[in-house]
Design a protein around this ligand. Structure first.
Ligand SMILES: [Zn+2]
Length: 57
């Protein structure tokens, strides 16, 4: 799981008018891009990022 700060930051950049049926997608996108940002910033290690992309749900 990405850090709360990064996850919430991603939410501030998302459009919020898609309706309640796609809430799971908003969360998945926040996690995916949050992990990418943490990896690129050097906060998340390569093994953790690889594990995150292949195992995290
Ligand atoms: Zn969220």
């Amino acid at each position: 799981m990405t850090t709360t700060v990064v996850h919430e930051y991603i939410h501030t950049r998302q459009i919020n008018d898609h309706g309640s049926g796609v809430e799971w997608m908003r969360e998945a996108v926040a996690e995916y891009y949050g992990a990418g940002l943490e990896y690129e910033a050097g906060v998340m290690s390569v093994p953790k990022y690889g594990y995150y992309l292949t195992r995290a749900a």
